[in-house]
Design a protein around this ligand. Structure first.
Ligand code: URA
Length: 249
């Protein structure tokens, strides 16, 4: 694809995204110098009993999404999974090979490490948390080879813009007490920062979703602990903070 075709494709995706938001009640788009990752949904408070239904409805709304190019090359839409009433929510970058093939977040090698750290360091079961990603479809270096491992790449800005309303709405529905952002991509997108993960991690941020102030902490991505096991110490320190937060509340 040459630059002109690529631009036309991005404009087409943006048109589709805006048309969908208009259908959902968007009347105007705020102008901002900040990276375009501001949520555009109107927060609606959902009772605990209504959360599974609200998540199922959100899933239906986006499961066949073609708002960005990732929709055309995905095998599975990876919505997220876990307890709709979770106190703790994890947000990663986007599905990899295993997630794309199964439709479940964090089930490959990085996911197995995450699961182990949740259970041993935080001391809860994985299923007691809710796990999602910034993008719901697999960003690939070569989209023509969805069956090739090692084909992952971080999501592009326009892919994140397109997907961000979904995770925003998931947070608004679940209303967790604390969110853990896994890795730089998720941390920068949610905290609206361009700082690196080592600047962003190891501290608490307060973010308002709907009427609730939610504590947010960022940590290193579990995949980085696989590349370099010495990074596990950062995950351990940040997860201990989460454990203490949950125990204190
Ligand atoms: N990495 C992510 O960021 N998310 C997943 O679901 C799997 C790997």
């Amino acid at each position: 694809m040459d630059a002109r075709e690529e631009l036309q494709s991005i404009i087409g995706d943006l048109r589709g995204y805006l048309a969908q938001e208009k259908n959902r009640g968007l009347t105007q788009v705020a102008r901002s110098k900040a990276p375009v990752i501001t949520p555009v949904t109107t927060p609606k408070v959902v009772t605990n009993a209504g959360k599974p239904e609200a998540l199922a409805k959100l899933y239906q709304e986006y499961a066949a999404c073609l708002n960005c190019p990732l929709g055309r090359t995905r095998k599975k839409f990876v919505f997220g999974e876990g307890d709709p009433n979770a106190r703790l929510m994890f947000i990663g970058e986007g599905p990899g090979f295993d997630e794309d093939h199964t439709g479940r977040p964090f089930i490959g090698k990085a996911g197995q490490l995450l699961t182990k750290a949740i259970e041993t360091t935080i001391g809860i079961k994985r299923a007691e948390a809710y796990i999602g990603n910034i993008t719901k479809c697999h960003p690939m270096k070569d989209p023509g080879k969805p069956d090739m491992r090692g084909n992952d790449r971080p999501p592009a800005a326009e892919e994140m813009v397109s997907c961000l309303p979904i995770i925003t709405r998931q947070i608004e529905i679940i209303q967790p007490d604390i969110i853990c952002l896994l890795g730089r991509t998720a941390a920068q997108a949610i905290l609206k920062s361009s700082d690196g993960i080592h600047q962003l991690r190891n501290k608490f941020y307060t973010m308002k979703y709907g009427s609730k102030d939610i504590q947010v902490i960022a940590t290193i991505h579990p995949a980085n602990c696989l590349y370099d096991p010495s990074n596990k110490k950062y995950l351990w320190v940040d997860f201990k903070k989460i454990k203490n937060f949950l125990a204190a509340d």
